[in-house]
Design a protein around this ligand. Structure first.
Ligand SMILES: Cc1cc2nc3c(=O)[nH]c(=O)nc-3n(C[C@H](O)[C@H](O)[C@H](O)COP(=O)(O)OP(=O)(O)OC[C@H]3O[C@@H](n4cnc5c(N)ncnc54)[C@H](O)[C@@H]3O)c2cc1C
Length: 477
């Protein structure tokens, strides 16, 4: 079969693009190297819907961030992905930084951001009493929000699959050739897929994918960001996302509630050797603790439940690269999508569809397209009475597997069955929160393994944490 469009990379960008393209009568296939979707930068980031004041005016970043915010809120609602408009505060410490706040405000106005306001330190502390008393002024951004990035990615790709998009995981693209107007995309395993158009959404590897068609026009600079995630006991310390004045390295260390009720602190910004280098370091953690405490001194870091690292795909010119490659017709790069890529993802998807149209892709409306997705978290949002009624009909929902996050067997089975199906322990974790609480899977892990083995009819020795090579148990003793 020859697909109309093949998308390389199942992150939030590849996922949103697949969903956008599924609005038309097209055959689409998403190729992903890993065992699951949302395993790159879209798994490990701050989850902030940025207002749009930070990017330099007249860049793609500024345009797509500002256009993207409302589109993202609308889309997340359609997909039943929790999203919250909690607003953000950018905090200045002292006279010099007060000036930076004014500059950011003016840049935001130029970019077309609404809801910007400059507050004094005291005004800000009225809204956020636990802010440091050393904060002298604050840029308040009321349109900003928070969303769970992997929840959004899973939902976007799941919805695209519900609308007939194909997903092939464990397909690591190693070669792309074009003959007689048709691309052949080959995986390391030797499997081949053919397509009329190829879109490169491979995040940290997008430069390597571009080079496969002779496009050497950009190189990705991988920049790691380390985080500390705190227990829900810390989750209400602030209600806004608290930033410090950004520097050349990025937006700095934030303190933010998450949509799931935890408190997130980080990220650092450090150039690393490759996009796969997701190590956390003692230096990184110390930096996060020191700088987060500068904004909100009362954060209790004894309540950290995990640390993690995500890697940004930056490029020397600092802007997103979204265009048809000059080296190969029909091959479109959607690359260097570092922050605010999550905030801009729906706008990026629409912009890319316009490019594909301008280079000849025929777009005929898919009358059967259904843009909404059943709420995967419906059970946890029910009242006790509703849960009792539901359990009478669906007993698996009455059996709690993850005690920290109160996740039932019914929810785990649904995650294993629905699009895109979870096939490993981390996949179940990202879809249900099983293993995301204080014990980090210590209790529920073995039960989740058993359910994955039973549902897929495989032995326990074949169940993995996150794909081949991460098998959980070796043998029976
Ligand atoms: C630390 C950090 C903080 C951030 N904070 C924010 C924020 O708060 N707000 C915001 O708007 N943005 C933020 N971002 C940016 C945001 O995370 C990214 O813009 C977004 O996730 C990029 O998505 P993507 O799909 O392009 O890349 P990815 O999610 O990395 O997806 C690329 C996919 O391609 C796959 N792939 C790679 N090579 C191959 C191959 N050879 N064959 C097949 N598949 C391949 C990968 O496995 C991966 O799944 C942050 C990023 C980081 C790292």
């Amino acid at each position: 079969m020859i697909y109309d469009v093949v998308i390389v990379g199942a992150g939030v960008i590849g996922g949103m693009l697949a969903r956008e393209l599924s609005k038309y009568n097209l055959s689409i296939c998403v190729l992903e190297r890993d065992n699951d979707v949302a395993c790159g930068a879209s798994k490990a980031n701050s989850g902030i819907v940025h207002g749009g004041f930070d990017p330099e005016p007249d860049t793609l970043k500024a345009k797509l961030n500002v256009e993207g915010v409302e589109k993202l809120f609308e889309t997340a609602k359609m997909l039943n992905v929790p999203i919250k408009r909690n607003g953000s505060f950018v905090c200045a410490f002292g006279e010099d930084e007060n000036e930076a706040i004014t500059e950011l405000y003016e840049r935001g106005i130029k970019n077309g951001v609404e809801g910007l306001k400059i507050l004094s330190g005291d005004e800000a502390r009225k809204e956020e009493p636990l802010l440091s008393d050393k904060i002298t002024s604050v840029l308040s951004v009321s349109n900003a929000g928070i969303v769970c990035p992997y929840d959004l990615t899973v939902a976007a790709i799941g919805n695209a699959m519900d609308n007939d998009v194909q997903l092939k995981c464990n397909f690591e693209v190693s070669e792309i050739a074009k003959n007689d107007g048709i691309f052949t995309v080959t995986a390391i395993s030797g499997e081949e897929v053919k397509a009329k158009y190829v879109v490169n959404c491979a995040g940290g590897n997008s430069d390597k994918i571009a080079k496969m068609v002779g496009d050497n026009s950009f190189d990705i600079i991988p920049r790691a960001g380390e985080y500390l995630l705190l227990d829900k006991a810390e989750g209400t310390r602030v209600s806004h996302t608290i930033f410090q004045v950004p520097s050349k390295e990025g937006k700095g260390i934030l303190v933010s509630p998450t949509v799931d009720g935890n408190l997130l602190t980080g990220p650092t910004a450090c150039v690393v050797d490759c996009a796969e280098n997701k190590c956390t370091t003692i230096e990184g953690m110390n930096t996060v603790i020191k700088l987060a405490a500068k904004s909100v001194p009362s954060v209790n870091f004894r309540n950290v439940i995990t640390s993690f690292c995500g890697v940004r795909s930056s490029e020397k010119n600092g802007d997103f690269i979204i265009e048809e490659s000059k080296a190969q017709k029909g091959f479109v790069n959607v690359a260097a999508i570092d922050s605010p890529g999550l905030s801009s993802c729906v706008a990026i998807a629409e912009y890319t569809v316009d490019i594909l149209k301008s280079i000849g892709l025929s777009l005929v409306e898919n009358k059967n397209f259904n843009g909404s997705r059943e709420n995967p978290h419906f059970f946890r949002e029910m009242s006790y009475e509703q849960k009792n009624e539901y359990i009478k009909e669906h007993p698996a929902f009455g059996k709690i597997i993850c005690r920290c996050e109160t996740v039932s067997e019914g929810e785990i089975l649904a995650a294993i069955k629905r699009n895109p199906p979870a096939t490993d322990i981390d996949g179940v974790k990202r879809r249900t929160r099983s293993g995301m609480g204080r014990c980090q899977g210590g209790f529920c892990g073995p039960y989740v393994m058993k359910l994955i083995a039973e549902q897929n009819n495989i032995p326990l020795t074949k169940v993995t944490k996150n794909g081949k090579g991460s098998e959980m148990v070796a043998d029976k003793i």
